[in-house]
Design a binder for this molecule. Structure first.
Ligand code: SF4
Ligand code: SF4
Length: 404
């Protein structure tokens, strides 16, 4: 099928934007017909919402996160993009929680079905963090380049303009580096910004990653990139790499998950897990859906809706008479084993980009970076007892932002 990622980069028209330039970027994207969506502070959280100008960005808002904990904080430097991942992943715009697929009307004479034909919105996403850029590439592999491409997703994805914001302030729950990524943006963006929030000179180093990104950058009010800005930006991103709040153990997670199926630790996790499904809803790569048909009270009008589903829902694995995964231990094992293990078999990469959302938004603070080492220790112990060596770590697959 047609590629949904931006075309190859053009020569780099690097530019330094100030706050006025950032505002001009938002207005330029809106003038080109995009609905601009980016971070803003609302009800004590940094959420994604439609932006009319740069004033709506969360200037001076930081975040204090931990397992089961999220608070916004005030930042003295006034940075706009120094908050870690909020509760909403970008999938809510590309793969929305509810989509009407068709409707039907019954009259005395006939039954008429209508496919949903609303045009896909064209979004410009502003401030996509590198982990979320990789998550979009992961969903591309599932929904755009899988065996059965999802037309609703591909229409939205094809129209999306992505402005990434490199990470200079990782949160306490972030672990993108040990998940194979990093605070620097990989491929897949149209524009990328790196914020330099110095007193008296708050600015953004902007680069293009596609032809259309270069076109937009060329009309923005900015100054040519100077070495002081470039060095400060690179130093901030390099420093972020060493300040990840968490990490996954350096083991072959695919093999570890395959070898841990019979572990008693799943039952220990199930003692704490509420099977609420929050982790799947906030995860930027989880993609499962179910279908629902609804009618009005007369029965003359019917609709089919597709909505997000969760493998933590008992009905999710219901097959002729009962759920296949009836216990909480079964369902947590399914989620983690798929995310870190069998995702590789299906889609050629891990399903986890290390954004930390599932850790932060778990109401009981279950933290996969704390659970995985338990399985790894069990496996090492078992290998020592039987005189076999645990599997060597395999190289983490590349999340290239491009698509097979
Ligand atoms: S791990 Fe946490 S967020 Fe996920 S289902 Fe269990 S209680 Fe809910
Ligand atoms: S599993 Fe957790 S840390 Fe990994 S991508 Fe999903 S929400 Fe982020």
């Amino acid at each position: 099928m047609e590629n949904v990622t931006p075309a190859a980069p053009t020569p780099d028209p690097a530019t330094v934007l100030d706050r006025t330039g950032l505002d001009a970027l938002i207005r330029e994207l809106a003038a080109r017909g995009y609905t601009v969506v980016g971070p803003t502070e609302r009800n004590g959280a940094v959420v994604l919402a439609e932006l009319a100008g740069a004033d709506e960005l969360p200037w001076g808002v930081g975040t204090d996160t931990d397992a089961g904990r999220y608070r916004t904080t005030a930042r003295a430097d006034g940075a706009a993009f120094a908050h870690s991942a909020g509760p909403q992943p970008w999938k809510r715009f590309l793969h929305p929680p509810r989509v009407r697929e068709w409707s039907a009307e019954r009259t005395d004479q006939e039954l008429v079905f209508r496919a949903e034909t609303s045009p896909a919105p064209s979004y410009a996403f502003l401030g996509v963090r590198p982990c979320d850029l990789r998550a979009i590439a992961v969903q591309d592999r599932v929904l755009a380049y899988g065996a059965r491409p999802d037309s609703a997703y591909t229409a939205r994805r094809r129209g999306a303009f992505i402005v990434a914001a490199e990470c200079t302030e990782p949160g306490a729950a972030c672990f993108c580096v040990s998940a194979g990524g990093g605070p620097a943006a990989g491929p897949g963006y149209d524009l990328v910004l790196t914020e330099v929030a110095e007193p008296g000179d708050h600015r953004f180093w902007a680069r293009a990653g596609s032809e259309r990104g270069a076109e937009v950058l060329a009309v923005l009010p900015g100054r040519h990139a100077d070495s002081r800005t470039v060095n400060a930006a690179r130093t901030a991103v390099d420093a972020a790499r060493d300040r990840m709040g968490r990490s996954l153990p350096d083991v072959d997670l695919h093999a570890l998950m395959a070898g841990s199926r019979g572990s008693a630790h799943w039952d220990d996790i199930a003692q704490r897990c509420l099977t609420c499904g929050n982790c799947t809803l906030v995860c930027p790569t989880c993609y499962c859906t179910t279908s629902e048909e609804v009618t009005d009270l007369t029965g003359d009008h019917a609709e089919r809706w597709r909505r997000w589903d969760s493998c933590f829902d008992l009905d999710f694995s219901y097959l002729h008479g009962g759920p296949v995964r009836s216990t909480g231990a079964d369902r947590y094992r399914q989620w983690l084993t798929h995310k870190l293990g069998t995702w590789h078999d299906q889609f050629g990469s891990s399903g986890c980009v290390g954004c930390g959302r599932c850790v932060v938004w778990c109401p009981v603070g279950i933290d996969l970076t704390k659970e995985i080492p338990v399985f790894a220790a069990e496996r090492a112990e078992s290998a020592a007892a039987t005189g076999t060596a645990p599997e060597p770590r395999t190289a983490a697959p590349e999340h290239d932002g491009g698509l097979a």
